[in-house]
Every structure is written in C-alpha cells, then in structure tokens.
Design a protein around this ligand. Sequence first.
Ligand SMILES: NC(=O)CCC(=O)C(=O)O
Length: 265
Amino acid sequence: MRASLIQLAVSDAEPPAERRARAAALVRAQEGADLVVLPELWALGGFAYELWSQGAEALDGPTAEAMSAAAKAIGAWVHAGSIVERDPDGPIYNTSLLFAPDGELAHTYRKIHRFGFDSGEAVAMGAGQEIVTAATDFATLGLATCYDLRFPELFRALLDGGAELLVVPAAWPARRREHWTLLARARAVEEQAYVLACNTAGTHGGVEQAGASIVVDPWGRVLGEAGAEEQVLTVELDPAEVAKARAEFPVHRDRLLGIPAPVQR
Ligand SMILES: NC(=O)CCC(=O)C(=O)O
C-alpha cells in the first residue's frame, strides 16, 4: 500500500480558509495513495490558542467538508489530522477525523493526553475518553495524537485493539525534535507495528515546528523521514509485515499481564 503524509507548513500569516483550500488541493494531488495523513490542528495551528474558541468547528464543518470531498475524489482513506471540535454540549476537543474512500466520516478520535501542563491545550480543551482503532481494507489503524506519543500505555491498548498501523498527527516543536523521532521508533518497536507520524512545518503561535514526519516499520527501521519544510512524504509499505514480525519475534507472548507489586525490602 501507499501512504502519503502531508507535512503542511502552518503559519499565523495564512488565513485558515486559505490553508484549508491548499490542504484539500494537496490531498487531491495524492491520487494512487491508499492512505493520506495530515497533521494535528493544521487549520488553526496547534499553538495558536487564541484562535481556537472562535475557529472551532463541528464534525461536519468546513475542514470535514473539504476532506470528505477530497477523500472521495481520489478514492483513498484520509486521516484529516485533527480539528478544534466544537461540542455544543461541552468543551472544545482536539479531534482527529478519518474519512473512508467514499467520503464518509468513518471514525473520530478525541486526543486523550492534552499538552501544556497548566496552560494551553491542557486547560482549554476537554480530554478524550475513548481508545480508537479503525478497520480499513488494508489494515487496522490505531489513532493517537502528538503528545499521546509519550504514553506507551495508550499504544499498548491500541495493540490490544488490533492496531497494525499507528497513525499520529502532530504539531511537535523543533526544540524537541529528537524526542519525536526517538518516540516514533520506540512505539514501532514496542508494538511491532508501523508508525506513520505526520507533523507540521513552519512557525505559528511563536513555536517553530520540527517537521521530520516519519514512517517506521515494525522492526523500528525508518522507511522515510521528511525535512523541516513543507513536504509530502510518500512511502510504500506492506501491512502483512506486521504479522510476520510478530510471528518471527514473538515478544508480546512474554507480556506479564498481572505484573506483581514491587517487594519492599
Ligand atoms: N501538540 C502537542 O501535543 C505537543 C507535544 C509536545 O510538544 C511534546 O510532547 O514535546
């Protein structure tokens, strides 16, 4: 299968509507891909907190509309990255949207781990409560978003949910670029799964983004890595390699499910 990661440059200067149109055109240009992935909060900006409340969208808002039409136009699964979701009955959420090749919104995932400690996303947004896997015609996807990458227990739960390809949209800053690539490889090795991690480029909200979108195979090998600028990273991968890696090196068989409590000496 072919996956295209659209590492969009997100700047404060570009109006969200223009970026939305540009992103839709980039998705439509990926004819032949089975899966297209966009970054986290690319329409408004992952660190452009002041835009979130006013720019929040419904699940059938302008980003969803543009991405649904683009998925249908090229007949591909489109992981549209995430939007600031307006829930009429609750807070705003950082919500990922996965569209099927017929343009239907097949799955959503509300980011569980919110970034910022006592500021930013951690205070402005609600936390997701559900772990989401998604069956497609080529593999089962496990959904996670950016800061989630630091929480291996989420990825273990995705493994238990059948995930073979872990898809991680992000707005990850340049100053922690080494963490990003290291953690993407670690999650691939731990879960013996592909990791497709799509970051933003550019600078917004005063935070320079790392770029460095990356695709890692179940052995931890990097199949492709983007530079720092806007770029489409396209890789060919074989989902059957997941089962092969797990059979050849059956490390998950040795999991200690009931880990004993530490002994006090
Ligand atoms: N948008 C994010 O979740 C940023 C995460 C981050 O910067 C980090 O984990 O480091």
